[in-house]
Design a protein around this ligand. Structure first.
Ligand code: FDA
Length: 390
């Protein structure tokens, strides 16, 4: 069969691109090997899809080429997507920090995208067996037969959550057509510790505290969750996208406080109070207990501690240095950092510079957003850039 545009991947970016291209009057086929489209939208945002973030700007994305995403993000804004959501009558709310979620189910977003691409063909359970360049475009060998397409848009996502159908197809196609790949790694993922470093975390598994977590100049203040294997929670997921094996991260378990001063003040007031009791005024009691135990100060009286010890206690809480041994990996990572090297793509259209007619959009590109709706906004914006230029 013949079409103008073959889109590989019926996820967030692929469906959105189909709608934009369809509106230009193109004959569009979207193919996906999965049984259902956009499975990641269905499970996103705890089932309510954090579909955009009002604070979107290029600084909230990681990429070897940090300026690349600016043009597409400027051409399709969070407000543009909100207008679509409103038009579709989907109720939404702002949770925190500009994060917009559906009031109801995430699948409302998928249904909206499917309606928007009406007229395009959606081929599920279809595999791509090969893609080559033909006389006027591309020839795709698929499990439904040969497709001749003027243009091909690769929207096959990245490596996160292989159980949901994630593959490295986008990277293979990029390499085949001469594009480079920026090395990939799991992002927005819990971090894991070596057994000897788990002494503090394991007994606290399940406890969540507000923390500030730092890696170089990057810092996030949000919830941190202790787990049996290390650390999770939004603050940790955010920093995980920046962390690389061998790196140390610094954690402030009591941000905004000055514990050294507070401990000295309290000691100056006299009495027989224990160090742990004073700390539990600033930290959850379980954490205060675990930190005092870790420092060998269980039951120790504050009055018996010199300034050096008090500074050591404060440093342990405000500047806890941890060196994760790894992450939970692609099995649970929300995104993949790295991907198709943007130096090979036109920032306004997502077209491969050296392979006219071939486009890469969404998560397979080396543009990775922070937690909080940024990754979907990139999917919409990059898909729009390609869709309107086709
Ligand atoms: P996406 O992965 O959505 O789609 C790719 C499609 O290609 C899939 O349908 C897949 O089946 C298909 N495909 C892959 N290989 C193929 C092959 N070989 N042949 C044919 N088809 C193939 N982001 C956000 O902004 N807000 C949020 O709330 C969340 N929440 C969230 C929760 C969880 C648990 C995860 C894992 C991820 C998120 N994300 C998120 C991230 C977000 O889901 C992600 O960035 C987008 O889905 C990326 O959209 P794409 O269309 O690029 O890939």
């Amino acid at each position: 069969m013949e079409c103008d545009i073959l889109i590989i991947g019926a996820g967030a970016a692929g469906l959105f691109c189909a709608g934009s291209a369809q509106a230009q009057g193109a004959r569009v086929v979207v193919m996906d090997h999965a049984t259902r489209p956009a499975e990641k939208i269905r499970i996103s945002g705890g089932g309510r899809c954090n579909f955009t973030n009002l604070a979107t700007s290029r600084e909230r994305f990681l990429s070897a080429n940090p300026r690349f995403c600016a043009s597409a993000l400027a051409a399709y804004s969070p407000q543009d997507f909100v207008a679509l959501v409103d038009q579709a009558g989907i109720a939404w709310h702002e949770k925190t920090l500009g994060q917009l979620f559906c009031d109801g189910k995430a699948t409302q977003i998928t249904e909206m995208l499917i309606r928007r691409m009406e007229g395009a063909e959606l081929w599920l359970e279809t595999t791509l067996n090969g893609l080559t360049r033909g006389a006027d475009g591309f020839i795709a060998q698929t499990s439904r037969g040969v497709v001749r397409a003027g243009c091909v848009v690769v929207a096959s996502g990245a490596k996160s959550i292989p159980k949901m159908g994630a593959t490295g197809l986008g990277y293979d196609l990029a390499r085949q057509f001469g594009l480079d790949i920026v090395e990939t790694r799991p992002g927005l993922v819990p971090l894991t510790f070596a057994e000897q470093d788990l002494a503090l975390c394991k007994p606290l598994a399940g406890l969540s505290v507000e923390a500030e977590i730092r890696h170089g100049k990057t810092r996030f203040r949000d919830a941190l969750l202790f787990t049996h294997r290390g650390l999770s929670g939004p603050a940790v997921l955010q920093i995980s996208s920046y962390w690389q094996p061998g790196d140390t991260v610094e954690i402030d378990l009591c941000p905004g406080a000055d514990l050294a001063a507070a401990l000295r003040d309290r000691r100056g007031q006299g009495g027989r109070v224990a160090v742990g009791t004073v700390l539990s005024a600033h930290l959850p009691a379980r954490l205060a207990e675990a930190v005092t135990a870790d420092l060998g100060l269980t039951g120790a009286r504050l009055a018996d501690q010199n300034n050096k010890t008090l500074d050591g206690i404060a440093a342990r809480i405000h500047r806890w240095q941890v060196r994760p041994v790894g992450s939970e990996g692609y099995r649970t990572a929300e995104v993949t950092v790295g991907g198709v090297d943007t130096r090979g793509l036109d920032a306004r259209t997502m077209q491969a510079r050296d392979a006219p007619g071939l486009y890469f959009i969404g998560e397979c590109v080396d543009v990775t957003g922070w937690l909080g709706g940024y990754n979907f906004q990139w999917a919409w914006a990059s898909a729009h850039a390609a869709g309107v230029s086709l």
